[in-house]
Design a protein around this ligand. Structure first.
Ligand SMILES: [Fe+2]
Ligand SMILES: [Fe+2]
Length: 275
C-alpha cells in the first residue's frame, strides 16, 4: 500500500501548497481512498494535480471526523465526483465549535445532512468497516481509559443548550492489515492515540508497526506527552511513526529521542510504501 500526504501545513516542494488541515491519498492494488479532504478546495485540488493524483481514480473518501480542516475540500471534490462513496461516523453532522476569546466559532462539517446525502453515496457506521480489502476504519473508539487528543476550546452544544467539551465520538482512524503487521492512519486522533492503539490491538489482534498522520498532542502538557511516549515505548516497541498535522513539535522531538531513527515527519508530497 502506498500513502501520499496531500494536505498538511508543511510541504516538501515550493509548488505544493500548505494549510492547517489533512488529506492522505491511500493506494492499494484494489483501489484508492482519500482519507480526509483538507481545509480548502484550492489547496486540495492544487496538490492533487501537482502530485499527479487524478480524482477519477478514487474509489472512496473516508472522513476522520467533522472538523473543517478535514472536510473543507469535500464539496469541491463531490462536484468533480458526484455520487462518490463517503464513509464516516454517524455523529459527523453534530455541529462543532471552537471557544476562543469569548466567542464560539463553528468548525464542523460545512454541508448539512441532506446536502451530503444528495451529493454522495454516504455510509455511516460506528463499527469497523472494510473500505478496500485489508483497509478498515477503526469504528468508534469506545473504551477511553487514557486521555483524549483534544484541546479545551473544542466544544459542542448539548441537548439542553449548554456548552460541553466535544466528546469526539465521530473520530475514526484507518487500519491497514499488511504482511508486516498493522498500520494505523490517524486524522486528528481526538479519541486519544493510546485509546486508539488499545482499540486497534484488541479489535484487529495483530502487532502495530506504523503510525501515520496527526495525533493531536500539540496542546498536551508535559505530563500527558510523557505518558504517551512512555506507553509507546513499553507496549509498541517496533513502531515507526510518520507524523504531521496536529501532532505538535514538542512530542515529535520527544518521540524522536525515544524511537531513534523511527520518527519522521509526513509533509505534503511525501510518499511511503508499507507492506
Ligand atoms: Fe480535529
Ligand atoms: Fe485537525
Amino acid at each position: 500500500m502506498n500513502l501520499t500526504c496531500v494536505v498538511d501545513s508543511k510541504t516538501t516542494r515550493p509548488y505544493l501548497k500548505g494549510e492547517h488541515g489533512l488529506a492522505i491519498w491511500i493506494e492499494s492494488a484494489d483501489g484508492v481512498v482519500l482519507y480526509d479532504t483538507g481545509q480548502t478546495a484550492d489547496v486540495l485540488c492544487n496538490n492533487l494535480k501537482r502530485l499527479n493524483l487524478p480524482l477519477d481514480q478514487l474509489t472512496a473518501v473516508v472522513l476522520s471526523h467533522a472538523h473543517y480542516d478535514h472536510t473543507g475540500g469535500l464539496p469541491a471534490l463531490l462536484q468533480e465526483r458526484p455520487g462518490l462513496p463517503v464513509y464516516a461516523h454517524p455523529d459527523l453532522f453534530r455541529p462543532r465549535y471552537s471557544h476562543l476569546l469569548m466567542k464560539h466559532r463553528f468548525i464542523g462539517l460545512g454541508l448539512v445532512r441532506e446536502e451530503l446525502m444528495r451529493q454522495a453515496d454516504v455510509h455511516l457506521s460506528n463499527e469497523p468497516v472494510e473500505i478496500l480489502p485489508g483497509l478498515w476504519t477503526t469504528g468508534e473508539i469506545t473504551t477511553r481509559d487514557e486521555a483524549l487528543g483534544t484541546s479545551s476550546r473544542l466544544c459542542i452544544k448539548g441537548d439542553d443548550g449548554s456548552w460541553q467539551p466535544d466528546p469526539h465520538r465521530d473520530d475514526l482512524s484507518l487500519v491497514w492489515r499488511g504482511k508486516e503487521g498493522l498500520t494505523l492512519i490517524c486524522g486528528c486522533c481526538h479519541a486519544g492515540i493510546l485509546n486508539t492503539l488499545d482499540h486497534v490491538q484488541r479489535v484487529f489482534n495483530d502487532r502495530i508497526v506504523n503510525i501515520f498522520g496527526g495525533i493531536h498532542l500539540k496542546d498536551a502538557n508535559n505530563e500527558e506527552r510523557t505518558r504517551v511516549v512512555n506507553v509507546l515505548r513499553e507496549k509498541y516497541t517496533d513502531i515507526r511513526l510518520y507524523l504531521n498535522h496536529c501532532t505538535g513539535d514538542a512530542v515529535i522531538q520527544e518521540l524522536a529521542g525515544a524511537f531513534q531513527g523511527c520518527v519522521m515527519r509526513f509533509p505534503v508530497g511525501m510518499a511511503k510504501i508499507v507492506e
